[in-house]
Design a protein around this ligand. Structure first.
Ligand SMILES: *Cc1c(COP(=O)(O)O)cnc(C)c1O
Length: 391
């Protein structure tokens, strides 16, 4: 981090108090632009669950992003933005703007979704029956189960139809009179094994082919032509550490494999990037509120921890190394959160100066994805205050 950026974070912490979660909206814009520049033919549906801050959603919306939502509150949050459009435009818009990418939807949610022309995903027969009953007018996208070795967070144990049953499920949906628009997959979050995407693309291609052989009509009709949706999900990796492979290389591989497999077909490719858009756009500043030496090791007690902004350590298997604004010889130190639980241990091996004092500030970078979203009020400590820069 540059000295100038460090100064800015310190100033914000002094003005607003700590813990403070700083969202750089210009970095959100930069991430979106990078995604679009490297995958120009892919429409980005920002996965709101990565960070559902309303300013981030609005910024993404202004950039032209679409949205992947996975609950009714997320749907309503996005819909707030779309609502401002003139009525006619809104009608055509929402279909292209939102995919409800949770394969399991309670009946009351389906009833609500049926009022809007959204896409929804499914992966099983029971869900199809529910959709038939409560949301017969939505567009369906079959979620496939695909390999996810080498991804930080796996999703295949919970979601996705086995490729062997995929075409039967699509046929069943069509039999029920529902509209099947295409296929989706998710290779697992923070994917560092790009073969996952290549395999998933090839499986998707075979399934479209088999569906065609069986005479299934998949896709939506626009200007008299039938177009299928191919949703390549999320998983786009963030360079938390040097060993993470580059997104640029992934994008090149995706572009060439997509054009090789689907170039001649009418396929609209969409993606659901979450982490990629938000992780690098946020930093946290926290304060040392206690200090002790335990078993010879310096321990710092902070005003933010694992039940709060550092909850990504638990749910997202990610680490956010802490840094000091002050220089000094670094030693291995322990960092703890503020609650009365020993589980609230941020790290037993953060490299920090050992002569830091109570009231000194620390910061963590790249902490924007799957962090504040899973923060709790445990032990009465509220989540960090949010401050925006480059609004
Ligand atoms: C969580 C999720 C995403 C976002 O994944 P990232 O790895 O953060 O890009 C996209 N699609 C679905 C269905 C998800 O569950």
């Amino acid at each position: 981090m540059t000295k100038q950026r460090q100064k800015l974070l310190q100033k914000i912490a002094t003005e607003h108090g700590t813990p403070v979660f700083v969202i750089d909206l210009e970095q959100i814009r930069a991430n979106y632009r990078e995604f679009k520049e490297k995958l120009p033919k892919v429409q980005a549906y920002f996965a709101v669950k990565a960070n559902s801050d309303p300013e981030i959603v609005e910024t993404m919306y202004e950039l032209g992003a679409s949205f992947d939502v996975a609950s009714l509150p997320e749907f309503m949050l996005v819909h707030e933005n779309i609502k401002h459009l003139p009525k006619k435009e809104k009608q055509d818009f929402i279909w292209d703007k939102i995919i409800y990418a949770n394969t399991i939807k309670p009946a009351h949610v389906l009833t609500k979704l049926n009022c809007y022309k959204v896409l929804v995903t499914f992966d099983n027969i029971e869900e199809l029956k529910k959709i038939k009953q409560h949301a017969p007018d939505v567009g369906l996208v079959l979620r496939l189960r695909v390999p996810n070795t080498g991804s930080m967070v796996e999703l295949s144990s919970k979601f996705g139809a086995h490729p062997g049953e995929a075409v039967d499920l699509m046929a069943e949906a069509i039999n029920l009179g529902l509209g099947v628009e295409g296929i989706s997959f998710h290779v697992g979050s923070q994917c560092n094994n790009f073969d996952n995407y290549m395999q998933a693309l090839n499986v998707s291609h075979s399934i479209f082919k088999e569906a065609k052989l069986r005479g299934l009509e998949i896709g939506f009709v626009k200007n008299g032509q039938r177009t299928k949706v191919l949703d390549i999900g999320g998983g786009f990796p963030v360079k938390y550490s040097p060993d993470v492979k580059s997104f640029t290389i992934l994008a090149k591989k995706l572009n060439s494999e997509i054009s090789r497999l689907f170039g001649k077909n009418r396929v609209q490719v969409i993606a659901e990037p979450g982490r990629f858009m938000v992780a690098t756009a946020c930093a946290l500043v926290t304060k040392i509120v206690g200090k002790s030496i335990r078993d010879g090791k310096t321990c710092y007690y902070l005003d933010d921890g694992v039940y709060h902004t550092f909850s990504g350590q638990v749910f997202d298997h990610q680490h956010y190394p802490l840094h000091s604004f002050k220089d000094g010889e670094k030693k291995i130190c322990a960092t703890f959160g503020p609650t009365c639980d020993a589980f609230d241990t941020i790290s037993l091996a953060d490299e920090l100066p050992e002569d830091l004092q109570i009231d000194d500030l620390l910061y963590a970078e790249n902490i924007g994805a799957y962090t504040t979203g899973s923060a709790t009020f445990f032990n009465g400590f509220p989540p960090a205050k949010v401050v925006y820069i480059n609004k």
